[in-house]
Design a protein around this ligand. Structure first.
Ligand code: NAD
Length: 367
């Protein structure tokens, strides 16, 4: 049954990690390592069933393969889940036991933070293995990725404006930004610096007020964001907000934002194309965080990170080209771009050469 699933999803390896004393129940899924070691965060969640945990880790790890491939990174896709309540079940032993499993994979899987995990938890993992990214800056880590993700989103926006309007004058257009948290706030700042008209909403009223006070944005109600008469809709909060209920309300001709899984269904993506909207695929646009941690391998450097973010402009542009070439919606073109790159790079490798585990330079472990 499980191998049947794996043959459909294309996973290479799934590791079930168990340590009774530490209370560890975790699953590491390595989807594809053709381009390089599988990188992806660890999520801690009180899954209702073990099957839910397995489904989640398989889905998320596959997503990481596509994201890294489109980002042009020499990384494959992987992910881990720890079954447990992040508010109750965390301990040093749990994370160190998990770290030993990551270590046992000798660099085939590299972990990072995800939902339910913070930088302090990762310190324990780092005591057992060097194959951890997103560690604290005192250990040579890259720190908060949000400003980079916002800058990367702006690069995706430039490519999208070019595609829809034939120019990249950010300040000429108006924007509806949903969610002004870590990424959204930084993104709004960039839009306002370019002189754009920006509407914002968030369930956190303080965050909205900050945008109004500091950047002169216009606040709108949570549900009103879809009705704004703007050129660009930028989801920077939740997934699934482009759906059958919002589609007719969104007046923007461009959708570009940092949120994951913006399209509720594939059919919605098809419909966007039919209606002549330009949709910048979410995982291509929001790759800034992944790009940022990937630089930790050979010594983190902020300038290189910013340079890499600018690549998102070309990646999104290439997705639009593939969409035109094959006459397909952009969300499908992103997947195709990933698959074509994996196939092409897979062919240049000599059969006896595996992927060499990366070395982390300029990093410290433990205190
Ligand atoms: P965050 O939690 O800091 O910000 C999200 C904001 O959305 C919060 O301020 C929250 O109050 C708001 N929000 C939640 N529900 C809302 C609703 N219904 N309507 C309006 N606002 C709502 O998270 P973030 O790090 O800024 O990430 C934003 C999105 O970008 C997420 O989807 C995340 O998965 C994605 N993303 C983030 C990064 C990164 O570098 N942080 C990288 C890739 C993708």
């Amino acid at each position: 049954m499980i191998f049947e699933t794996l043959s459909t999803t294309g996973h290479e390896e799934v590791v079930f990690c168990h340590n009774k004393d530490a209370g560890l129940k975790a699953i590491i899924a390595i989807h594809n390592t053709v381009l390089g070691p599988a990188l992806g965060g660890t999520r801690m969640w009180a899954y209702k069933t073990e099957q839910d945990a397995l489904n989640d880790v398989l889905r998320l790890s596959r997503g990481m393969t596509y994201k890294a491939a489109v980002a042009g990174l020499n990384l494959g896709g992987g992910k881990a889940v720890i079954i447990g309540d992040p508010n109750k079940d965390k301990s040093e032993a749990l994370f160190r036991a998990f770290g030993r499993y990551v270590a046992s994979l000798n660099g085939r899987y590299i972990t990072a933070e995800d939902v339910g995990i913070d930088v302090n938890d990762m310190e324990f993992v780092l005591k057992e293995t060097e194959y951890v990214t997103g560690v604290h800056q005192v250990h040579g880590g890259s720190g908060d990725p949000s400003p980079f993700t916002a800058y990367g989103t702006l690069q995706g926006l430039l490519a999208s404006l070019n595609k829809q309007y034939g120019n990249e004058e950010v300040g000429k257009y108006s924007y509806a930004v949903q969610g002004v948290g870590h990424v959204g706030f930084e993104y709004v700042k960039l839009l306002r610096e370019a002189g754009a008209k920006v509407f914002v909403t968030d369930i956190n009223e303080e965050a909205v007020q900050r945008c109004v006070d500091e950047y002169g944005c216009e606040a709108v109600g949570l549900d009103d964001i879809y009705d704004c008469d703007v050129d660009v809709y930028s989801p920077c909060a939740l997934g699934g907000t482009v759906n059958e209920n919002t589609l007719d309300r969104i007046k923007a001709k461009v959708i570009c934002g940092a949120a994951n899984n913006q399209l509720a269904t594939d059919e919605i993506g098809d419909e966007l194309t039919r209606r002549g909207l330009v949709y910048a695929p979410d995982y291509a646009v929001n790759a800034g965080g992944l790009m940022n941690v990937s630089i930790e391998f050979d010594g983190y450097n902020r300038e290189r990170a910013m340079r890499m973010m600018r690549g998102i402009y070309y990646n999104v542009g290439k997705i639009f080209q593939i969409a035109d070439r094959d006459n397909i919606p952009t969300y499908k073109a992103a997947d195709r771009m990933a698959e074509e790159r994996i196939a092409a790079i897979g062919k240049i490798k000599l059969p006896h050469m595996g992927n060499v585990a990366p070395r982390f330079l300029g990093r410290t472990r433990g205190q």
